[in-house]
Design a protein around this ligand. Structure first.
Ligand code: 7ML
Ligand code: ZN
Length: 883
């Protein structure tokens, strides 16, 4: 810690490991204070390495007891231990290294390595946590076969788990017992896992396509045993899906999932022993919302899919992180699309990418999908690596088509099984299986920034010719200027006056179902379409065929036409979003000029039409009626005006809700939940639409009948989705009933931490003058703890990321609060502190006064002497060429 300028690690400096570790056997003597780790491993010089210098085995915070080579204890002058690890000056060509260290999981608040959560022991080793457990070559290209023996007190830790298949187990003296595990698949140490605790489990048997039986277990603390079923259903569905869509089977006798309360991220794909943040396992209709249920399904699948994309085939180094993460996100997105509604899933994924990844790509933390350098790898588990990385895989799937993409994936699994490889290796399989040249496409991996497509069109009635001119521009990002043009799959359609797709031909490609896939490669290109009878309405970037921004001068008529008729469901939604965005931005400008804000009649009409659309899925109607977020809208302004955007959104909601009040009430009544609660795509869509309508209605603040609906829906306590929809609207209101309802909720759920998180969040996100004061008060609530990442995200994270009006308060109070919390968290958990610190990265987008406050907050962090995690974020945020 406290290094003043920590060192950057560079992709260009990659060298193969000097030694390989074929086998390792570990013994854990778990104790409440001071756990002993015994390690025996076989090392041999790597024939692919030229390195001859001394060997460094990574290790951090290890209290070394003894060390031996081939059974001979080493004297203290035969090795050296420093901050990085253990240096052996001149080791033999091959040898057995054994050691004993003492570590302190009970004092580990960073939640990396071996630590305690509640009454159990658990681990998190990705990316570089294994070095906090014992000496090792802690890098993903060193893959070993692991044998593990765990010893612990039998009463307090009856369940002892590790990777692979179970082996011997039995009793030991002094009330202790042991269990052994053997993982036959060589793996990097970041996939190592261990769990010991008093856990209960549910169990299922799964027969693989080739007829092998696998035992599936989900382990939780005993009081949560009634909240595991959905996770198990999701696991079984994911296993089946991977067999059906990729021909991939599971490869061990058991598959264990453990839910833990203290976890830095969502979950972890450790071989045969996935460890989950309990938020992504535990769900019951009365404790979890539809979004929670869907999150569980997606994360369970994501971690399971890593068994092939991540574990069997892993990354050569951490610059290749997107090799496993982008690909696995793509796979979990496709799985969720198949489980629910495909267009809806696409809308959700694109919304996440556009609001958050585009912002990252335009700010000081912008980096390529395959970064070129980092200070702290934990800071690169980003939306760019995950979500943009998934888009980059999706584009390749689209360019190849489903058959050739599957052939390319088969080839990838065949060729690289058991190896640690690079994104280049992946693209090479795509090329080899399809004959496509993807050399220009690879710019997507190497250059940061969101490309902008400037589109102009013209129609020549005499020649019956329509022309599209497209200029692509890839913006400069920190350290990257003047980028070459990208290879961009650009799907389009042209609509006639009736809203039908005009059949299109271009070169040798025909339009498929009305859409044509153009491939852009030049900085500027012109596409000419002949025999077009009338000026068409262009439908651009159908299905969001590439992660780019479109700059085209849309007219209101064009957008209304697309909203009503586009055959591409995604673009129908997107046209509505573009229209809403244009209207809202115009309203902000009106407000800034002191004029009154106006909502076009045509927009109200289009929303009413959408509301009564009989053809559309209800969930899709809800998406059409969802206003673009302040964070997204701000990117279209020269200087973000948070208060203006908030005022415009509220005014638009009030105006539309006032005009459509009776329609909204009628639809709300029709959609009311009656009878049994179900969690399928149709029921979720129905609730989502109903609760969206409730949100519009709630903007009519003085409407007592509407407020009664909120109280009734809360009071019915039918399911958590409906309860939370009502509660968040009540929490956002100025009504006197607010306090009683919040108190009622807290009383009901005092013993359910994940439900209390929702209670923290709605209060942190309320747009009220006293919100920051409330957040500070809530930090003293008995259910809050700065040591638990979920609590921090639910309260502090919800305020800084989910309450733009509060966080960006003109007086700088939000920024000062953030700096204060980052500094309080950093010594406990630098990863969580660094994630929080990102909220200030885009301070340059705000007015001068706010900029000064933000800079002060960032400087305060740096001068306090922080971890390299926080240092990297804060220092990059302040850098001159950052935006
Ligand atoms: C993404 C994960 C991490 C970090 C999980 C940790 C993971 C690394 C781990 C999508 C769905 C669920 C979780 C995550 C996520 C940030 C996000 N290997 O599996 O990628
Ligand atoms: Zn992952």
């Amino acid at each position: 810690m406290k290094d003043s300028t920590p060192r950057a690690i560079r992709l260009a400096d990659y060298r193969p490991p000097p030694y390989l570790i074929d086998r390792v056997s570990l013994r854990f003597d778990l104790r409440e204070t001071g756990t002993r780790v015994f390690s025996f491993m076989h090392l041999r010089r790597n024939p692919a390495s030229e390195a001859t210098e001394s060997l460094l085995l990574h290790g951090e915070g290890l209290d070394l007891q003894w060390l031996a080579i081939d059974g001979m204890r080493l004297d203290e002058d035969e090795y050296r231990v420093d901050d990085e690890g253990l240096h052996l000056p001149a080791p033999p060509e091959q040898f057995e290294l054994s050691s004993e260290v003492i570590i302190a999981p009970e004092a580990n608040t960073a939640l990396e390595g071996l630590y305690r959560s509640g009454g159990m022991f658990c681990t998190q080793c990705e990316a570089e946590g294994f070095r906090r457990i014992t000496w090792f070559l802690d890098r993903p290209d060193v893959m070993a076969v692991f044998d593990v023996r765990i010893e612990a007190d039998r009463e307090r830790y009856p369940v002892l788990l590790s990777n692979g298949n179970p082996g011997a187990a039995g009793e030991l003296p002094d009330g202790r017992h042991f269990a052994e595990w053997h993982d036959p698949h060589p793996k990097p140490c970041y996939l190592f896992a261990l769990v010991a605790g008093d856990l209960k489990h549910i169990e299922e048997r799964f027969t693989t396509a080739s007829g092998r039986e696998v035992v599936l277990r989900i382990h939780v603390e005993p009081h949560n045993i009634d909240k595991c079923e959905h996770a198990m259903r999701s696991l079984v569905a994911a296993m089946r899906w991977d067999e059906e869509h990729y021909g991939r089977e599971y490869d061990l006798e058991v598959f264990n999932i453990v839910a833990v309360d203290d976890f830095n991220m969502g979950a972890m794909e450790n071989k045969g022993l996935n460890i989950f943040n309990s938020k992504y396992v535990l769900a019951r209709p009365d404790t979890a919302t539809d979004t929670d249920f869907q999150g569980i399904e997606g994360v369970v699948a994501h971690e399971y899919f890593h068994n092939w994309t991540g574990n069997r085939i892993t990354c050569r180094d951490w610059f290749q992180l997107s090799l496993k993460e982008g690909l696995t996100v793509y796979r979990d997105q496709e799985f969720s699309a198949d489980m629910g509604s495909r267009p809806l899933k696409r809308i959700e994924d694109v919304r996440l990418l556009r609001t958050h990844q585009f912002a990252e790509d335009a700010g000081p933390m912008a980096h390529p999908v395959r970064p070129q350098s980092y200070i702290e790898i934990n800071n690169f588990y980003t939306l760019t690596v995950y979500e943009k990385g998934a888009e980059v895989v999706r584009m390749q799937a689209r360019l190849l088509g489903p058959k050739r993409f599957r052939a390319a994936m088969d080839r990838y699994f065949e060729r690289f099984d058991g190896q640690a490889v690079t994104t280049d290796d992946f693209v090479a399989c795509m090329e080899a299986a399809s004959g496509h040249d993807l050399s220009q496409f690879k710019h997507w991996y190497d250059y940061a920034g969101t490309p902008v497509l400037h589109v102009q069109d013209s129609y020549d009635a005499r020649k019956r010719r329509y022309t599209l001119k497209i200029r692509q521009e890839v913006p400069d990002t920190p350290g990257q200027h003047h980028k070459p043009p990208f290879h961009i799959p650009f799907a389009i359609g042209l609509l006639d006056g009736e809203g039908r797709d005009i059949p299109l031909r271009y070169g040798d490609s025909d339009s498929d179902g009305g859409s044509l896939l153009l491939e852009l490669r030049e900085r500027e290109e012109v596409f000419v379409f002949d025999d077009i009878e009338e000026r068409p309405t262009p439908s651009l970037l159908r299905g969001f065929s590439a992660p780019v921004k479109i700059d085209y001068d849309w007219s209101e008529e064009q957008l209304l036409h697309l909203m009503a008729h586009d055959s591409d469901g995604f673009n129908r939604w997107d046209a509505g979003q573009t229209l809403l965005r244009q209207v809202l931005l115009r309203m902000v400008a009106q407000r800034q000029e002191g004029a009154s804000m106006s909502v076009p009649e045509a927009l109200v009409g289009a929303l009413r039409t959408a509301l009564f659309d009989e053809q559309a899925e209800q969930a899709l109607i809800a998406e059409v009626l969802a206003l673009p977020a302040i964070g997204y809208l701000g990117d279209f302004m020269a200087v973000v005006d948070v208060d203006g955007l908030h005022a415009a959104r509220e005014h638009l909601k009030r105006t539309v809700a006032g005009a459509l009040r009776e329609d909204l009430l009628m639809r709300y009544e029709q959609l009311r939940e009656t009878g049994e609660y179900r969690i399928d795509a149709a029921a979720i869509g129905r609730r989502r639409l109903k609760n969206t309508l409730l949100g519009w209605l709630a903007s009519l603040e003085d409407d007592d009948a509407v407020f009664q609906l909120l109280l009734d829906q809360y009071g019915a306590q039918h399911n958590m989705t409906d309860v939370m929809a009502a509660l968040s609207l009540i929490a956002d209101s100025e009504r006197p009933e607010r306090e009683d309802i919040l108190a009622d909720f807290a009383r009901r759920w005092a013993n359910e931490p994940l439900v209390m998180d929702k209670w923290f969040s709605v209060q942190a996100m309320a747009v009220r003058p006293d919100t920051l004061a409330q957040v500070r008060t809530l930090m003293d609530h008995p259910a809050f703890a700065l040591t638990n990442p979920n609590r921090v995200r639910a309260l502090i994270g919800a305020f800084v990321n989910g309450n733009p009006v509060g966080f960006h308060a003109a007086d700088g109070s939000g920024y000062a609060f953030l700096a204060e919390q980052v500094l309080a968290l950093d010594p406990l958990n630098p990863q969580i502190a660094a994630r929080l610190a990102r909220a200030l990265a885009r301070w340059r987008r705000y007015d001068e006064q706010r900029q000064l406050h933000a800079q002060e907050a960032l400087r305060r962090m740096i001068s306090a002497g922080v971890s390299k995690d926080v240092y990297e974020i804060a220092s990059r945020s302040l850098q001159e060429d950052a935006e």
